[in-house]
Design a protein around this ligand. Sequence first.
Ligand code: UDP
Length: 314
Amino acid sequence: MKRVLITGAAGFLGSHLSDRFIKEGFHVIGMDNLLTGNIKNIEHLFPLKQFEYYHHDVSKFVHVPGELHYILHFASPASPIDYLKMPIQTLKVGALGTHNLLGLAKAKKARMLVASTSEVYGDPLIHPQKEDYWGNVNPVGPRGVYDEAKRFLEAITMAYHNFHDVETRIIRIFNTYGPRMRVDDGRALPAFFSQAIRGEGLTVFGDGSQTRSFCYVDDLVEGIYRLLMSDHHLPVNIGNPDEISIKEFAEEVIELVGNPKATLTFKDLPKDDPKVRKPDITKAREILGWEPKVSRAEGMKRTLEYFLKEVKVD
Ligand code: UDP
């Protein structure tokens, strides 16, 4: 049985990945320090003998006994509010954590896939974003702690690949959504869903003309799985190119939820908020034969069911 270590296993993506690798017949070692993760997301895996859980902060030395064939590094605060509140932890998990895990991958001769992000493109001057675009990041701005940690993660991953022959894979993840997102993580999608369900104003930042492109989590997980099993070591964008403005997106949520009390409330645009974001997925299509299958309408319906259970209404 192949053994895979998944860091950030109790998080939104880590927990879906844990489910997928269990389903594929792997022995899954989930690791998390629950800084932003929630044990509830993986509770259902605890009775399985193919699943183990380690409570550990990967920015400290990581020890895993026995063989390891794969490592998936998904530990990190990932929403703008989280990394504003936890800037040092964000830098440490992206930098020190990645270094520790690459060392582990080298020692165990494991293949390692690291979670990078569309944030490496910053506030992009090229649209849509292709992997060969170097980005437009403000290193000293509020988002710099996340963006630069992830840029360092890519650089050190390439260094371990080039100098230590570690088998590595780099995914650049664009906005992703689905069940198990934290209701209060401050991102547009959980904020809008919970506000619409409670019949409050949906907090659109700026005039809402900035765009994002939302990918349903099952599509993302399929892309990660294919990239891990491929032989491609350079970064690959995985995301859904279906782009929408944040204002239109808020209106879609209002219509879907159908609460007549929900309206739009405009707030100040946060500093360095990217004006546009849309992945060019030509590379994923060509190399992995991957493209998203779940439309926003379908994905949002599935996600609403989750938020209806999670959101507390006074
Ligand atoms: N946003 C918003 N209202 C919110 C939260 C976010 O209008 O309550 C905007 C935010 O300014 C950004 C977009 O929605 O332009 C997506 O933000 P999110 O926090 O989801 O992640 P990002 O894509 O910026 O990393």
